[in-house]
Design a protein around this ligand. Sequence first.
Ligand code: A2P
Length: 294
Amino acid sequence: MPATTSVILNTGAVMPTVGLGTWKSKPGQVEHAVEFALKNGYKHIDTAAGYQNETEVGQGIKASGLPRDQMFLTTKLDNSDQRHPAKALEASLKKLDTTYLDLWLMHWPAPMTRDGQADKEHDWLDTWKTMEDLYLSHPEKLKAIGVSNFSVEYFERLLKVARVVPAVNQIELHPSCPQDDVVEYCQNKGIVMTAYSPLGSDNSPLLKNETVTKIAAKYDVQPANVLISLHANKPMHTVLPKSVTNERILNNAKIIDLTPEEIGELHDIDKTHHFRACHPSWTGFGGLGFPDCK
Ligand code: A2P
C-alpha cells in the first residue's frame, strides 16, 4: 500500500497524515516552527495545554497567514483540568485564538492536582463523559474528541459506556515502542492512531540504528524520514514529528513508500531495543495498563 497523505476519522473528517509535533517545543521557538511549517506545506499542528505553548502556537498559526479552515488543529485537556473540562476548553480556544478545535484529546487517563499529584478521588471516565457532553452540545467548537495514552485495558473500560467512540488514540509509537496490541485493538474499532515521538524523542538511538540507516541509505533519505514514513505506510495512522529547526521541519515532510519486508524489519527492532521516551508512571498511576510498563 502506498503511504497515505491523509486519513478519515470516524466523524468523516479528513486528518492530514503528517503533523508538526510541539511537545518540548519551547515558547521562544514554537511560534516560528508553527509559522514555518504552515508556510511550507504542513496542514496539521498538534499541541496540548500541558505543553504550555498554546499561546505561541496560536501566534504561529496567525503569522502563517494560512486560513484556519485549511489546517487541522489538535490540543489536549491537561491532567490537572480533568475536574473542569468546560473551563479548560475555553482557555485553550482563547490561547490558540481560534473558535474551534479539529480534535480535542484527553491527554492521559490520569487526573492530577494543580501541584502535580495523582488525583485519585476523581475518575477519568467522568471527565470523558463531560468531554462527550461538550462535543455533543458544541459541534461548532469541537469537530472531534479522542484520547491519548490509552492502553487496551483502559479502552475496555471506556468503550463499555462511551456514547462517542474516540476518533483518535495518540500514543508513543516508533520501532522501539510499536504497541501492537493497542494498535490492533483501535484499528478494529475504527479509531485512528497518532504516533507521538516517532523519532524516539531527543537524542534518539533510533536515528543511528543500523536497520533504520540501511533503509534510509537505500532511498537516499535521512533516518528520520524512514521513522516518520513507517506510520504513513500503515492504514489509519497519523504521525507527529517534532522539530523547531527549519531544515528538519522541511525534511520531515518527505514521506517514502516502504515495502512490507522493511516494515517488518523496523518492527523487529523492538525485540532487542525496546524503550519509551515517556513512561506513564510519571502520572502517579503506574503503567496505565500498558503491558510493557507492568
Ligand atoms: P529539534 O526540535 O531541535 O530539531 P520526536 O519527534 O520523536 O519527538 O523527536 C524530536 C527530536 O528529534 C527533537 O530533539 C528534534 O530536534 C529531533 N529531530 C527532529 N527532526 C529531526 C531530523 N530530521 N533529524 C534528526 N533529529 C531530528
